[in-house]
Design a protein. Structure first.
Length: 108
């Protein structure tokens, strides 16, 4: 029964990746809200200063959820979903680019 829940989460992550996440690096997700100062067009981007920001990739967030499962009882569907998005995020070429331009800065 647990395996079915993992697989369901994995299938949901594939569907999510196909319909929501950008097809290649540098793109924006289909669902792209902006909530200052944490989310810019659907991506977690936290300002460091007026020029630079930290981009927390979705695979890092999902890796953290996977690590939490060693200490907490995370539902198997969520764990399967997180494993799928972790793997998918590692496939982007910009997976190790964490410093980016601050999108909230005013351009002169």
């Amino acid at each position: 029964m647990y395996l079915i829940r993992y697989l369901l989460g994995l299938i949901l992550s594939i569907i999510y990746s196909f319909f929501i996440l950008p097809k290649k690096e540098g793109g924006e997700p289909t669902i792209n809200p902006t909530i200052y100062p944490i989310i810019w067009r659907g991506m977690v981007i936290i300002p460091i200063n007026s020029k630079k920001a930290i981009h927390i990739h979705h695979y890092v967030i999902n890796a953290f959820i996977c690590l939490l499962s060693f200490f907490y009882d995370i539902p198997k569907v969520i764990l399967g979903f997180s494993i799928g998005l972790f793997i998918q995020g590692l496939l982007y070429k910009d997976r190790m680019k964490f410093i980016c331009d601050n999108p909230w800065s005013t351009k002169s």
